[in-house]
Structures are given as structure tokens and as C-alpha cells.
Design a protein around this ligand. Structure first.
Ligand SMILES: *Cc1c(COP(=O)(O)O)cnc(C)c1O
Length: 382
């Protein structure tokens, strides 16, 4: 084991503690802890401004927001989705009694492949649930065209996509709804938290009722809602985090750029081209480990671990390989050749604002050195 400090795939950004104390003092004196309190309302407004969107409804976490988004649009039957995501994407369907139908991903974006969606539509299909994987936008135009042709709803799992904009503005404007996660591991965190983004006030109001047990006023309950509310503590932290988000994104961009230089020209190590968006968020730095590299993906991961560097295999296994999904006809490997291939080769390297140059250098140099050891190691000179 290495004696060096462990480096994890991510480390949550936190603002200076003393800056949070005044927010806590306000909460302690007002005794408003939750239920659409002042910080909750202020964060909703501040995020609409920052993200350039019309309406947002804050949640206790992204999974509750996904479950509620499906309820809000009364989605039933079958929903077309990607196997290449965090398991919560499909779990939200199962929690609503909906059957996930897995469709393969594009090898260049790792997002749902629009050209394969039509063949998966049946009379039971009611919606498409794509993921902007790693914060890289889906082919939203192609997905919307199919949705319009077949009268389907589109809900984007935008958990990775906080702050991402294309030429038309925030990518959260696409589809009927977009869902965000503010989990500790995400680009923007409120410890735990999430949100649904929508484009009209009526939908926002339905979502607000659903996350508060269906209450409209003191005596009126209009739907079998759930408790998905964000607390004042989390909302206050979110307000403070928003002050730092541009710095966080700039640091992530610095690290992304440095990896591209440091890992360039290592045979068998591939990474995404710079995304064609106006503003990206550099949420992850995935590499693909190909056959030209002397170690397999798992061997590389193990070797890094021996040096106390903890990369992560996002997304392996595929959602479709977990026991509650693998019996589905669409879950078989022959239906998902691209996703299966990528899941077996992908490794997400550490990227977070506090990762300094020396640490990043150490990671990149190790990846390079494993290659040289095999090529020029003593085993070749018996
Ligand atoms: C993190 C994540 C979620 C779940 O969000 P939580 O806030 O942890 O509940 C859902 N989908 C994707 C793609 C995620 O990365």
C-alpha cells in the first residue's frame, strides 16, 4: 500500500464554514425548518436566474424528484431508458410500477441512441427517460422529434448536468421535465438534494403539491403525494454554494484540460473530445481503456488503488445487469452491445476543485508508468 494520501474520484466542495453560520442563525431565530420556507423560496429564484430557466421545484434528493416527475406527468406502462446510468434512473420507474425498456447508447456520447428508440416503442410506451450522461447533452432534437411523432413525454435525468448550456441556453429547457441531483458527489451539492425543472406555472404547482403529500391548503389534499421537500438547512447551503459555483466550474475545467494534455498519446487510453456546448460542467473525466494499453480496465483500476487512487467504474455494471432488471427482454447483452462494451472499458478519474496539480500529475504519471513497465520491464529480458 502506498503511504500517500488517498485520492477519491470526487470530493464535495464546501464553502468556508464561517460563511454558513449566519444562515444557521437565521434558521435558529425564525424556527422555520422546512415547508417552503424563506431559504427554499430564495434558492428556487436564485437557481432560475443562474440556470436561465422558468420554474424549478426543490426536492430532498434527486431520486425523489425522479419518482415525482413520473407521477406529475402520470406516466404508466412502458418507458424507454438507458442502461448506462446510475441505478436510480430505472429504480424511479419501478417505484411507479412502470416497465423500463432499455435501448442502447451512442458510442460517441454514451447517451441514449435516438436511431434505436423507434424500434422499442410499443402501444404501452408513454415516455422516454434519457440521461445527459456525464453532463454531456443528449441528442435532444432527435429525441423530441420521435416523442412528437408518437405522442410520448420526455423526462431528462439531468443529475449530471447542472450548469450545462448549449447555444440555445440551459439544456434543462429540453423535454417536458428535467431532474437534477444535488447529492454530495455532484457538481453542485446541498449535502442531499434535487429538483424538477419545468416550463409552466401549472406544472410547477402540481409538482409542489405532490412533494407535500398532495396538500393545496390546510384542508385540501388533491393527490396521493409524498414528502419530497427540501429543508431550510439544505436550501441555505445551496444559496451559499451558488456563490462559488463559477469558481467550482473553472477549477473543474482546469483539471479537465490538464488531463487531456497529460494523457494524450498514451496508446489505448481514449477520452471524450471537448464537448460541443457553450458551457460544460466537467462533472466527470471518463477514460476508455482499450486493448492497446497493456492493462485491462480492472487491472488499471486495481493498480491505481494500490497507489491509493480511487477511480470509479461509472457505469459498470449496467443497470440492466442488476437482478431486478436482467429478466427483462430488453436487458439482454445482444440488445445493448455498445453499452456493454463501454461499461467494460470505462474508468472515471478523480476530478474535483481541490485536486491540485501535484496530485493530478501523480495520477497521470502512474497511468503512463504502468504502460512503460510492461513494455520495458525485466520480464522481456529473461
Ligand atoms: C446521482 C444520480 C441520481 C440520484 O440522485 P440522488 O440525489 O442521489 O437521489 C439519479 N440519476 C443519476 C444519473 C445520478 O447520477
Amino acid at each position: 500500500m502506498s503511504s500517500e494520501e488517498p485520492i477519491y474520484v470526487t470530493q464535495p466542495f464546501l464553502p468556508p464554514l464561517e460563511e454558513f453560520i449566519p444562515y444557521l442563525e437565521k434558521i435558529w431565530s425564525s424556527r422555520v425548518l422546512t415547508n417552503n420556507g424563506p431559504f427554499h423560496r430564495e434558492l428556487e429564484q436564485a437557481q432560475c436566474r443562474y440556470l436561465g430557466i422558468e420554474h424549478i421545484s426543490l426536492f430532498s434528493n434527486g431520486t425523489m424528484a425522479l419518482v415525482t416527475a413520473l407521477q406529475a406527468l402520470r406516466i404508466t406502462g412502458e418507458v424507454i431508458t438507458t442502461p448506462y446510468s446510475f441505478v436510480a434512473t430505472s429504480h424511479a420507474l419501478l417505484w411507479n410500477g412502470i416497465k423500463p425498456v432499455f435501448v442502447d447508447i451512442e458510442p460517441n456520447s454514451f447517451n441514449l441512441d435516438p436511431s434505436l428508440i423507434e424500434a422499442a416503442i410499443t402501444p404501452q410506451t408513454t415516455a422516454i427517460l434519457p440521461v445527459h450522461c456525464y453532463g454531456r447533452p443528449c441528442n435532444t432534437d432527435a429525441i423530441q422529434r420521435i416523442a412528437d411523432n408518437y405522442n410520448l413525454k420526455v423526462i431528462y435525468d439531468a443529475s449530471h448536468a447542472f450548469g450545462v448550456s448549449d447555444d440555445g441556453g440551459s439544456i434543462l429547457r429540453h423535454g417536458d421535465l428535467s431532474v437534477l441531483s444535488f447529492h454530495a458527489t455532484k457538481v453542485f451539492n446541498t449535502f442531499e438534494g434535487g429538483a424538477i425543472v419545468c416550463s409552466d406555472a401549472r406544472t410547477k404547482s402540481r409538482i409542489d403539491h405532490l412533494k407535500n403529500f398532495g396538500y393545496v391548503d390546510e384542508l385540501t389534499v388533491v393527490a396521493p403525494g409524498i414528502n419530497g421537500k427540501m429543508s431550510e438547512f439544505n436550501a441555505a447551503l445551496g444559496l451559499l454554494q451558488l456563490k462559488y459555483i463559477d469558481r467550482v466550474l473553472a477549477e473543474r475545467q482546469r483539471i479537465d484540460r490538464a488531463y487531456r494534455v497529460q494523457l494524450d498519446d498514451i496508446p489505448g487510453i481514449r477520452f471524450f473530445p471537448v464537448p460541443e456546448v457553450r458551457i460544460g460542467n466537467h462533472a466527470y473525466f471518463p477514460i476508455l481503456v482499450g486493448p492497446e494499453y497493456p492493462l485491462s480496465r480492472d487491472e488499471l483500476n486495481d493498480r491505481l488503488k494500490q497507489h491509493n487512487i480511487h477511480a470509479r467504474r461509472y457505469f459498470y455494471p449496467l443497470i440492466s445487469e442488476f437482478p431486478m432488471y436482467r429478466g427483462l427482454p430488453s436487458a439482454c447483452q445482444e440488445n445493448l452491445p455498445k453499452a456493454s462494451e463501454i461499461a467494460s472499458r470505462v474508468l472515471c478519474l478523480p476530478i474535483y476543485p481541490a485536486l491540485d496539480e501535484q496530485e493530478q500529475d501523480r495520477i497521470s504519471r502512474l497511468i503512463r508508468s504502468f504502460m512503460q513497465k510492461v513494455s520495458f520491464g525485466p520480464s522481456q529480458y529473461p
